[in-house]
Design a protein around this ligand. Structure first.
Ligand code: ATR
Length: 277
């Protein structure tokens, strides 16, 4: 039996490395493969899962939204975000979940003991990853979220999306120029794909930042984006996207196999991933 991560392109996915390590460790006798697919294949893949020919699926770009229409049930979180990254079977129904947001918060809590409650968070980007993280942050009762994005309209859309569900949420629009977070900000997160290419860097004025600020770039390749290097150079605690990638994978693994992975499982896989690129 097999599990797949599907997307297009899919060549660079680290998910097979991560899941096959745990599958072997827990002697599950399965294989996790990557598969580049066209949109037209989504229906038959879900049917294969329903018929027991596939054990589980991870969905990545560009199909995180498209897959929803083929599923029987979608979790509250996934509905909130409008995107799915994990598909699994319960009884005879096909379920969709999104584990990206929880992957992010778990990774940061474990690495830095960060407590999200009442904190102010500054987010760069208003794409799919940003929605996933913001949904989780709202659940963690943060005090305030600043959002900025290159395309202004997408920031406005994102704020409207979350405010429609809950008017009390403090989401503040920030212009994508002259970025200068204030001293009330506890955490800055780059959710944009900016920085995946060498020598790219967003300009952020760091003058007002408090010493205890934490910076996270959800990119894991390169291991250190130019932006992350800048924050590190200024002495701030930083985290790249590898911990998040592994934590979201661990939540998917638990949904498929009902096995709760421990910190040792996470650390072992992290070392393997780090050595692989
Ligand atoms: P994901 O699901 O990974 O968030 P996405 O939905 O395509 O992917 O979103 C990509 C994000 O990266 C967006 O916020 C995008 O900004 P735009 O909405 O303006 O496109 C951001 N992004 C990508 N390339 C960028 C660049 N060169 N400069 C600034 N932002 C960039």
């Amino acid at each position: 039996m097999t599990l797949f991560v599907i997307g297009k392109p899919i060549k660079h996915s680290l998910s097979p490395l991560i899941h096959n390590y745990w599958i072997k460790k827990y002697q599950l006798g399965l294989e996790y493969k990557k598969m580049e697919v066209e949109k037209e294949s989504l229906f038959s893949l879900v049917e294969n899962l329903r018929e027991g020919k596939i054990t589980g699926l991870n969905i990545t770009l560009p199909y995180k939204r498209d897959i929803i229409s083929y599923l029987d049930k979608v979790s509250h979180t996934a509905k909130d975000i409008g995107a799915i990254n994990t598909v699994f079977i319960r009884g005879n129904k096909v379920y969709g979940e999104n584990t990206d947001g929880i992957g992010f918060t778990r990774a940061l809590e474990k690495k830095t003991k960060f407590n999200f409650s009442n904190k102010s968070i500054y987010i760069l980007g208003a794409g799919g990853a940003s929605y996933g993280i913001i949904s989780e942050l709202i659940g963690k009762k943060v005090a305030k979220i600043y959002v900025t994005n290159r395309t202004k309209q997408k920031t406005i859309q994102l704020i409207k999306h979350f405010k429609t569900k809950n008017k009390e949420i403090k989401l503040e629009f920030v212009e994508w120029k002259d970025l200068a977070p204030n001293s009330d900000v506890d955490l800055i997160i780059n959710t944009t794909s900016f920085g995946m290419k060498d020598n790219e860097c967003i300009k952020i004025n760091m003058n007002n930042l408090r010493d205890t600020l934490i910076f996270v770039d959800i990119i894991y390749s390169p291991k250190e984006t130019e932006l992350l290097k800048l924050f590190k150079k200024e002495g701030f605690v930083c985290m790249n996207g590898l911990n998040m990638l592994i934590e979201q994978a661990a939540v998917s693994f638990e949904l498929w196999f009902n096995i709760s992975l421990n910190n040792k499982d996470i650390e072992e896989v992290k070392n393997i991933c780090e050595a692989s690129y």
